[in-house]
Design a protein around this ligand. Structure first.
Ligand code: GLN
Ligand code: ZN
Length: 769
């Protein structure tokens, strides 16, 4: 490769890094502070130490510019709320009394004051705290956190670049504050917000920041002309400031589309663009707008959301093309490395042949440094790294784990008919009614019962070798007995075994499927101090043996009522795992579907008449751009049908969804062709029942009548009222009675009481029919 002036000094950087520390020291310090065991001073010292370690590691690995301000004690959007002074009225006193306690009060709420709402950060599994803005919101600049962290990095002698959530994204992520007039649009506050950003930028400039990064991921979503215009105005104004650092506007998670010309023409000094996955379309689009003459381009060529080793030659080729399109090209990951675990070399249990394929934050950093070197000095300078990389990629492509001929033959042979039930719903419904003999408004639960301390202790005992597999299974069976007894006593119609054997609804199945890897230290922040360890879809998926059948059949042996089999669906398995990047998601979904289909068939053969396949994540994996959503929903719903269509007409298939509004995917819900769907609905007063009715949804549904996210026990009157509301939308022979979601986070006493009320409500409303 020839070097040009743009490449002469290519730099490597990242936009953010995992915050927790290798031993999750941050989690321990914060939770310790909440419990009063760690002082504020000690917490701040731990946090500073973690930041220092990260920066020094990044610099040592060869990164030229480290990010600052991306670190957070809870969430970077909440930090932005503090930075712009948008503390909600109800938290004002707490924040004034003590900044740290007030901060955590906004994040978690207190006895008296509700926290900010939490929701997903784009299509990741990270959750942010939603800003609440109204016409009365007064913004005031508070750059203290940004300044302090920038100065810490400077003091270490590093080149640092503060990273801020950009003003347009901040407003687009906000919701109207309680009490704001109906239809209030937070984006109308832009003119009030920009002077605050100007102040923060001036402060950072004064502290010595040459560059500041403003993250605008909201611009990769479909945006209205008015929203694009807001972006245009924002960057015209910020770019036009006299006293400012150089501005790098970053986008990630998808292509910029219509927003690309807006930002390319803005008077800012650089853009950071994602060139991975669907965002690879940024490449052609950039050429079409004539590149970024006079500007810096930071090219996100290493996937910041996945855990696979980068194809360095492919990235270099992309970078080579980009060289002609900007004044200067630097190298980065596609997004903050917050979304991947820290260090793959900590995974001692993974077969070393396979561990080589993995690249977590630390390994990605090294890849970025290598790419920057290759871009600056030519491929000869990184010949050794390229050869090693080629060998790793070849071993992955040629591995029997990634290519299981039996799985390939089977997926290739799938026909449309395999993904269709043998009979249409009305005939199935009649057969199921005859087989199950349920009353109108049948009662059931979503699957899990409270995960007790004893269950967690049993799992810890098993791991530590204090009990054997038999001892563990005995404890699980004892739990199932109790759960069945409770449900019989309460008078529920369709019972569950309670899922006591599950550590997690994805991990439990992943551990039993071929092609999946588990990590020991692969923690990724989900929200606040909550971390998850997503399993890795590494190879072709096969199910060597039944996974859940023995629990369901044991539960069924204890009762004459039907017990629902309980599985996690293919789309949710995919959504909550790290996915393969060497084949389309649809192919992985199909492999998962066939493995789960075998489980469904085995459950049926064991006498299970009702089988639930949970898909709570169907909505959350929806692509960010509407143009991509149809294709996704087509393969996602097909994967569900492939999982569930191998059964007899008189076997009743249930599904369950939660965590989302469903208004925009009712057609997809219909396309699942499940006989019964249960949905979260209690808080929205059965909104989803009306949406299903408006769509003409033809099958059975159980909009939840008990909000299980709170320990409150719903009264019989409340549940009755919700049921009557449900009946205004759906007829009695198609309406089920159930809670919003599983009960694993609930306590025993409230569970018993709530279920009694739920059954009483169903009985009362049946009387009215
Ligand atoms: N069956 C699961 C449970 O009850 C469903 C969980 C979920 O929807 N997230 O726990
Ligand atoms: Zn749920």
């Amino acid at each position: 490769m020839t070097t040009t002036s743009a490449a002469a000094a290519a730099r490597a950087t990242v936009y953010g890094y995992p915050r927790q520390g290798q031993g999750r020291e941050l989690k321990k310090a914060i939770e310790g502070y909440w419990k009063g065991r760690v002082t504020a001073g000690a917490l701040h010292a731990t946090a500073a130490e973690l930041r220092r370690t990260v920066w020094q590691q990044l610099a040592q690995a060869g990164l030229h510019e480290v990010p600052t301000g991306d670190f957070s004690l809870y969430d970077h959007v909440l930090d932005t709320t503090v930075m712009v002074g948008a503390v909600p009225e109800r938290h004002r006193a707490a924040v004034e009394a003590d900044a740290l306690d007030g901060y955590f009060a906004m994040a978690r709420g207190t006895q008296d004051v509700a926290p900010l709402e939490m929701t997903k950060w784009f299509d990741t599994n990270y959750h942010y705290l939603v800003p609440e803005l109204g016409p009365d919101t007064v913004f005031t600049a508070d750059a203290r956190k940004q300044l302090a962290e920038f100065k810490e990095a400077l003091a270490l002698g590093l080149t640092a670049r503060p990273v801020l959530v950009g003003p347009v994204t901040y407003l687009l992520l906000a919701k109207p504050a309680p009490g704001a007039p109906a239809g209030f649009d937070p984006l109308t506050l832009l003119d009030r917000l920009l002077p605050v950003y100007a102040e923060v930028l001036a402060d950072l400039r004064a502290a010595g920041a040459p560059w500041v990064q403003l993250d605008e991921p909201a611009l990769v979503q479909d945006r209205t002309p008015a929203e694009l215009d807001a972006a245009r105005r924002a960057y015209r104004e910020l770019g036009g400031l006299a006293d400012r650092p150089k501005l790098l506007v970053a986008s990630y998670f998808d292509r910029l589309g219509e927003a690309l010309p807006v930002l390319a023409k803005a008077p800012v000094d650089g853009l950071a663009l994602d060139f991975t996955g669907p965002a690879a379309a940024n490449l052609d689009a950039l050429a079409r707008v004539g590149g970024l003459p006079g500007k810096r381009l930071v090219a996100g060529v290493v996937d910041g959301r996945n855990i696979w080793v980068n194809d360095l030659e492919k990235s270099l080729a992309t970078l080579g093309t980009l060289l002609g399109l900007a004044d200067r090209v630097d190298v980065s990951a596609s997004c903050s490395l917050l979304h991947v675990p820290l260090d793959a070399s900590a995974e001692q249990d993974v077969d070393p042949q396979i561990a080589r394929w993995l690249s977590f934050a630390r390994q990605k950093t090294a890849e970025l440094a290598t790419l920057a070197r290759g871009l600056s000095k030519g491929t000869g300078a990184i010949a050794g790294e390229l050869a090693a990389n080629r060998a790793v990629l070849a071993s992955r492509a040629g591995s029997p784990l990634t290519r299981d001929p039996a799985v390939r033959t089977r997926t290739a042979a799938v026909t449309d008919a395999d993904a269709r039930r043998a009979l249409p719903y009305p005939e199935r419904a009649a057969a199921q009614r005859a087989r199950l003999g349920l009353p109108p408004l049948p009662t059931t639960t979503i699957g899990s019962f409270p995960q007790t301390a004893e269950l967690r202790a049993a799992r810890a005992d098993l791991r530590a070798g204090r009990i054997g597999a038999d001892g563990y299974e005995d404890r699980i069976r004892a739990e199932i007995q109790e759960v069945i007894a409770l449900q019989e006593k309460t008078g529920l119609d369709v019972l569950v075994h309670g899922e006591p054997e599950r550590n997690d609804m994805v991990q439990y199945f992943a551990e039993q499927l071929n092609g999946y890897l588990a990590t020991r230290h692969g923690w990724v922040q989900s929200y606040g101090t909550r971390y998850v360890r997503p399993p890795i879809l590494a190879g072709d998926i096969a199910r060597p043996a039944p996974m859940s059948v023995r629990w369901t059949t044991y539960a069924q042996s204890l009762t004459a009522k039907p017990v629902k089999g309980m599985l996690t669906g293919p789309v949710t398995m995919l959504a909550w795992s790290f996915v393969r990047d060497d084949q389309p998601l649809a192919d992985t979904a199909r492999q998962l579907a066939l493995a789960l289909r075998d489980e469904v068939t085995d459950l049926e053969a064991a006498g299970t008449a009702v089988i639930q396949v949970d898909e709570p994540a169907l909505r959350e994996t929806l692509p960010l751009r509407a143009a991509d959503q149809g294709a996704y929903l087509a393969w996602a719903t097909e994967a569900f049908r492939l999982t569930t269509s191998g059964v007899r007409p008189d076997t009743q298939i249930h599904t369950h969804m939660c965590y989302a509004e469903f208004g925009d995917i009712v057609q997809a819900i219909d396309d699942l062709d499940a006989d019964v769907i249960s949905l979260e609905a209690a808080r929205s007063h059965m909104q989803v029942a009306r949406e299903l009715a408006a769509h003409g949804y033809p099958r059975e549904a159980g909009p939840g009548v008990w909000d299980i996210h709170s320990p409150r026990v719903p009264s019989v009157a409340e549940a009755t009222d919700l049921l009557r509301t449900g009946l205004e939308a759906l007829p009695a022979d198609r309406l089920w009675v159930n809670p919003d979601c599983g009960l694993k986070t609930r306590g025993r006493p409230e569970t018993r009481a709530s279920l009694e009320h739920l059954v009483a409500a169903a009985r009362a409303v049946r009387e009215e029919l």
